[in-house]
Design a protein around this ligand. Structure first.
Ligand SMILES: Nc1nc2c(ncn2[C@@H]2O[C@H](COP(=O)(O)OP(=O)(O)OP(=O)(O)O)[C@@H](O)[C@H]2O)c(=O)[nH]1
Ligand SMILES: [Mg+2]
Length: 360
């Protein structure tokens, strides 16, 4: 930007006698960028210096966040946004040569949500996947055993949640592809190794993710993605609680991170934390299970509709069938209502486990 400023500025000098109108319009363009703050220019510098796609995307998002928002920066912001979407497209298609071949990091979402298990080498990510699903990912006591993601389905009560074991965050050659997968995921399970140095591990993980423009939220908040950054809900798995040093390190993890994040004590070997992890993973996805029935019929309890928290009767109806649009009048409700079969309106907010009977 500063380069453009100088060029146009000198043009103003040479043409000002010719056309007053032109001068005024150039003057307007020149004036506006002067409002860019040092904070913005610093991030812009970071963007120019960034080589890898994750850092470029992170810097652009930060630029959009800190840039003064007024008419004078409209063009600049539009340009940044289109650059951001070009980078995001590149992320999906890493290179022309690769686009025809297998794309192991491009995993279609299935089940109630897509959850990625992430962390540093040998923290037990692959073992966690094997413990919670029927997957048989290769496990090793040496770093970087996993080179591409492994997928499994984790059953929780009457639903399935997609779980993905990933290569270590520090595995350099796949970082851009991993970044794409992480951006798209609904929830992170962060695996820490209680037998090593979990405090440092967590700090390193947070630092790497922050360098990619990904902020961490406690699992009670829904993940969200905007032009100005990506925030992901997380659940921390303090793994290997069956091993030496576990007690000291568990207490340290709780003390350092317990007030920010939900942390589950876990062991792949003895089953500690399995149930809690499944339950908390589901609640971290911010979804509710809704059962529908026809008048006189019975709901299918083994096949709920899984829909976002905050959904209403109308949302359920439209998801079932478009023809409910305009036709829906009310519903009868079992579950969160004061009494069974209570009549509720279209905007009624649903809770997990509600049964709904729609009426037109
Ligand atoms: N005692 C104990 N060992 C575990 C546990 N979970 C994993 N391990 C061991 O830790 C080592 C690393 O496990 P992996 O699952 O391969 O670790 P990873 O995080 O996938 O490692 P990378 O793929 O290299 O990033 C293996 O020797 C596992 O057997 C656990 O809960 N308890
Ligand atoms: Mg692994």
């Amino acid at each position: 930007m500063s380069l453009g400023f100088v060029t146009i500025g000198s043009k103003v000098e040479s043409v000002y006698k010719i056309d007053l109108y032109l001068i005024l319009s150039i003057y307007e363009v020149v004036q506006m960028p002067a409002n860019l703050t040092p904070q913005y220019l610093e991030v812009e510098q970071k963007y120019r210096a960034a080589k890898a796609l994750p850092e470029k995307i992170a810097a652009l998002q930060e630029m959009l966040k800190v840039i003064p928002k007024h008419k004078g920066t409209d063009h600049l912001r539009a340009d940044m946004r289109s650059r951001l979407s070009r980078h995001l497209e590149q992320l999906e298609k890493p290179s022309a040569t690769r686009s025809g071949g297998p794309q192991p990091f491009n995993i279609r979402k299935e089940g109630a949500g897509q959850v990625v298990v992430i962390g540093l080498p040998t923290s037990g990510k692959s073992e966690v996947l094997n413990a919670l699903t029927k997957a048989t990912a290769i496990v090793g006591d040496y770093p970087f055993t996993t080179k591409v993601p492994n997928v499994g389905m984790m059953s929780f009560e009457n639903i399935n949640i997609q779980l993905i074991d990933t290569p270590a965050l520090t595995y350099k050659i796949i970082q851009t592809q991993l970044f794409g997968l992480l951006r798209n995921a609904d929830l992170f399970l962060i695996a820490l190794d209680l037998s090593a140095d979990p405090i440092n591990e967590m700090a390193t993980i947070e630092q790497i993710l922050s360098g990619w423009g990904i902020g961490l939220l406690d699992y009670g908040n829904p993940s969200f993605d905007s032009d100005e950054g990506v925030y992901k809900a997380i659940l921390v798995i303090a793994n290997k609680c069956d091993m030496d040093f576990r007690r000291k390190n568990w207490l340290a993890v709780k003390e350092h991170y317990g007030n920010r994040f939900n942390i589950v004590r876990f062991s792949c070997l003895d089953g500690t934390g399995f149930q809690r992890t499944k339950k908390q993973t589901f609640s971290g996805l911010n979804k509710v299970r809704i059962y529908t029935k026809s008048p006189g019929g019975t709901p299918q309890y083994d096949n709920p509709m899984v829909i976002n928290c905050g959904s209403t009767i109308s949302d359920v109806a439209y998801r079932l069938h478009k023809e409910w649009k305009g036709k829906l009048k009310y519903a009868l409700l079992w579950g969160s209502s004061r009494f069974d079969g209570q009549r509720v309106g279209k905007e009624y907010l649903l809770s997990d486990g509600d049964t709904v009977e729609l009426h037109g």
